[in-house]
Write a protein that binds this ligand. Structure first.
Ligand SMILES: Nc1nc2c(ncn2[C@@H]2O[C@H](COP(=O)(O)OP(=O)(O)O)[C@@H](O)[C@H]2O)c(=O)[nH]1
Ligand SMILES: [Mg+2]
Ligand SMILES: [Zn+2]
Length: 294
């Protein structure tokens, strides 16, 4: 018996597949986790007790940097938010909501404007330039931006999200043709149905990991259902941080329309994009009645 450290890369009906010491071990979780209400998830860094050939028990779970519920996955470094410049057109509110969610969970959002061969994303880049969020213009057709995405993937655990049809599968295929993911796919819908039990996996891609394939379970917009409370929302818009402590009535300022709001002034001064603030206000109005004690 020996203890080794590894990472859960797949979970299927009670079994956890742990990559450790250049092998994959089929593991059960030790019973004590259940008493604590703790379930290992894909992406967890774990210690396993290896009994015999490639079988073992998860005995310890390292503290998670973040974790998502749908799909259940932990320790994500980057969320690639894909929005196509055309067919379908970008929905800025969706981009801002997803990026706010990522920031909230301590995940770096990278906004990818895809299908750059169909048009210019200059106007969007202008909006996001002041946001401090990373943006990439890319095309799976011309390969623009693909190397940049690759370089971000290296050594990281990532997830791709975005509406169906924006080109997620095409981008992943451009990064690694051996994935051969179906594109434009009804099959992705079929796949989704087939995988309703949601076995989750991490795939090796460019010296990094990608959570699932978008073929059957991208984050889509489901992740939005998790709650952010109104006092936590300003911090989800990184470009607000230089200003949010300077409002006249700091503790009560909602940064929506209040007198003496430093965020509103920064918009007037051209330091924060008004389009980003519009998304903030919209989100604020959605969450303002949530109470932590509900
Ligand atoms: N013009 C153009 N079309 C693309 C590009 N990437 C994907 N598409 C097309 O957009 C459609 C949806 O692509 P897909 O990768 O399946 O999107 P997904 O649903 O986000 O995985 C397909 O018809 C692709 O051929 C691109 O960079 N340029
Ligand atoms: Mg797809
Ligand atoms: Zn304010």
């Amino acid at each position: 018996m020996s203890l080794i450290n590894g990472r859960i890369i797949q979970s299927i009906s009670g079994f956890f597949y742990v990559e450790a010491a250049d092998a994959v071990f089929e593991c059960k979780a030790k019973g004590a986790f259940r008493k604590k209400g703790l379930t290992p998830v894909v992406g967890d860094f774990v210690t396993i007790e290896v009994s015999d050939d490639l079988k073992g028990t998860v005995t310890d779970i390292s503290e998670r940097r973040n974790s998502l519920q749908r799909p259940p996955v932990a320790n994500i470094d980057i969320l690639f938010i894909i929005a196509s410049i055309d067919d379908p057109k970008p929905n800025q509110y969706v981009i801002d909501k997803l990026s706010a969610f990522a920031v909230f969970h301590n995940i770096e959002p990278v906004i990818v404007f895809s299908k750059s061969d169909l048009g210019s994303c200059a106007d969007y880049l202008e909006i996001y330039k002041k946001s401090t969020l990373k943006t990439i213009s890319c095309s799976a057709k011309s390969n623009e931006g693909i190397d940049e995405i690759k370089s971000l993937l290296a050594g990281k655990t990532c997830a791709f999200t975005g509406n169906s049809g924006v080109g997620k599968s095409s981008i992943l295929n451009a990064i690694d043709p051996s994935l051969a993911l179906p594109t434009n796919s009804i099959s992705s819908k079929l796949g989704r149905g087939k995988h309703t039990t949601r076995s989750v996996s991490l795939y090796k891609l460019c010296d990094g990991y990608v959570a699932d394939t978008p073929g059957f379970s991208s984050f889509d917009l489901e992740i939005i259902s998790e709650r952010i409370y109104k006092d936590e929302l300003p911090a989800c818009f990184p470009e607000f941080s230089d200003f949010s402590d300077s409002c006249k009535f700091t503790s009560s300022c909602s940064h929506t329309a209040d007198k003496g709001c430093a965020i509103l002034k920064a918009i007037d001064d051209g330091l924060i994009a008004k389009e980003r603030h519009e998304s903030y206000v919209k989100m604020y109005n959605e969450v303002k009645n949530f109470n932590k004690w509900d």
